[in-house]
Ligand binder design. Structure first.
Ligand code: GLC
Length: 487
């Protein structure tokens, strides 16, 4: 569950005003609690998204800080300091992930840090009360039945408290940075690992399987540290960022599986989330295209929709055959495309304004998903949703795909079913060389996966059975942009 807490919604709810209540326009705590109970009855686990790096400017702590005089201890829960020179310049040159300086000035002249929007002041994690409060927040949700947490911006919690200037732009989340190899004043600092260990102890106080996964944009060499500190998993965003190219897929799959095995963990896989252009669209663009920039700059005519969908389906069959945890983003199972042509005046993502209107932001992958072929919100609710759905949205709906054996929904359903028998055993992969444009490996179960990312069809290796294919063949060849599962 993306953040569902009380929030002014300046960043889709990643600006939390009260971590112990539900945003009133979504519902109530009682409904959230009933939802968790009901989900459990269906064998589903519920993992809320927790946002510890920053609060909303409407959080009582920040309000207190702003209302208190300079030097008051209530300011210490955030990073509130004097500016440079005569105080009229920000304390240093750090920039916000959403664009612009990472500091904003309070009316009395001091500055506060926000790695994201100004409405999202960063918490000071060296403050004992901050540490204590979040442990209580974890307990609160664990008692309500939460099965764990996705920890937002997990690599950002610790800051160099001397606030040194960086001397360069700190990079853009939307281009997947925050991945730094060496010293950085606010990304991926070792001090944050202590906090993780405290949280893990809290999770371990509770019965049942409770887990936490880090949203951390860090290099693979750093993942073992996060796991050793207490995370059960760390999102691996390699596939999400990779172009449709066999050599990239081969490297990522091999490296990720090996790296996880070395620390006795399981790898994770992500092809899509609420922060990137939907893969169905991404894969339809020429490989060198910056998809974030393309949303606004176009030209939209370079999009090859058919290729995009073909590759998205083929990529799904690669991902779902791999050992470890696969994370699907709502609508991915429908092959939903990015709504790249949302009119500028409906955009909700702070990225648009913060980037000086040079980036459209992430709304195009967040358009509410269609359940039914028609209706006011295509089954998403009883009124028009906060982002407009395209007129043909119903074609992609669950209703439209449910009885169609060739649909993307059917492909996901079959793959998930087969995955239980064929893909959950030993994480070992036997990799085969079937040419530079092919990804091919075998699981211990006897499942062989062949993905053809080249420009020519290839012959299928000898087999007993074709279990599933992302395309429609024909026969015993693996078509261009097709993945097959064979026994
Ligand atoms: C994470 C979320 C993103 C949010 C940001 C700030 O990266 O995935 O949606 O905007 O954190 O909380």
């Amino acid at each position: 569950m993306n953040p569902w807490y009380k929030s002014p919604l300046a960043d889709g709810g990643y600006d939390v005003a009260d971590y112990r209540s539900i945003e009133p326009s979504y519902g109530t705590i009682e409904e959230a609690s009933a939802f968790i109970t009901e989900a459990h009855k269906h064998g589903l686990k519920v993992i809320p998204d927790l946002v510890p790096n920053h609060t909303s400017e409407d959080h009582r702590w920040f309000r207190d800080a702003v209302a208190s005089p300079i030097g008051h201890p209530s300011r210490d829960r955030y990073h509130i300091v004097d500016g440079r020179d005569d105080g009229s310049k920000p304390p240093n040159d750090w920039t916000s992930v959403f664009g612009g300086p990472a500091w904003s000035q309070l009316p009395d002249g001091q500055w506060y840090l926000h790695l994201f929007a100004p409405e999202q002041p960063d918490l000071n994690w060296t403050h004992p009360e901050v540490r204590l409060e979040f442990k209580e927040i974890l307990r609160y949700w664990l008692r309500l039945g939460a099965d764990g947490f996705r920890i937002d911006v997990a690599h950002g919690l610790a800051k160099d408290m001397r606030y040194p200037s960086l001397g360069k732009d700190t990079g853009d989340l939307l281009d997947g940075s925050g991945e730094v190899e060496n010293y950085h004043p606010f990304w991926d600092r070792d001090e944050l690992l202590e906090i993780v260990t405290e949280w893990r102890a809290v999770l371990d106080e509770f019965d049942g399987d409770r887990m936490m996964i880090a949203e951390a944009w860090i290099p693979p060499t750093r993942v073992p540290k996060y796991l050793a500190a207490g995370y059960h998993q760390v999102f691996n965003f390699k596939l999400l960022k990779a172009p449709w190219r066999a050599s990239d897929y081969r490297d990522i799959v091999e490296q990720s599986v090996t790296a996880a095995a070395e620390v006795g963990a399981t790898p994770t896989w992500v092809l899509a989330n609420h922060d990137v252009v939907r893969e169905t669209t991404r894969f339809g663009l020429p490989p060198e295209t910056n998809s974030n920039a393309w949303l606004l700059d176009g030209p939209h005519s370079i999009l090859d929709k058919d290729a995009g969908l073909r590759r998205a389906r083929a990529a799904a069959l690669i991902m779902l055959s791999l050992p470890g945890g696969c994370y699907l983003y709502q609508g991915q199972e429908l092959g939903l495309p990015e709504v790249y042509d949302l009119p500028l005046d409906v955009l909700d993502d702070p990225v648009f304004e913060r980037s000086g209107r040079t980036r459209k932001g992430r709304d195009g992958c967040r358009v509410p998903m269609p359940w039914t072929k028609d209706g006011i919100a295509f089954g998403f609710g009883e009124s028009k949703p906060w982002l407009p759905q395209p007129v043909n949205w119903g074609e992609h709906s669950v209703e439209a795909q449910r009885d169609d054996k060739s649909s993307t929904l059917a492909l996901y359903e079959q793959a998930l079913k087969l995955r239980k028998d064929w893909c959950t055993g030993s994480p070992k992969l036997d990799v085969f060389d079937l040419g530079p444009d092919v990804v091919a490996y075998r699981r211990d179960s006897g499942l062989m996966v062949v993905a053809n990312m080249g420009k020519e069809p290839i012959e299928m290796p000898s087999h007993r059975d074709i279990l599933l294919r992302s395309g429609d063949g024909p026969g015993k060849v693996v078509a261009v942009d097709e993945t097959v599962w064979i026994a």
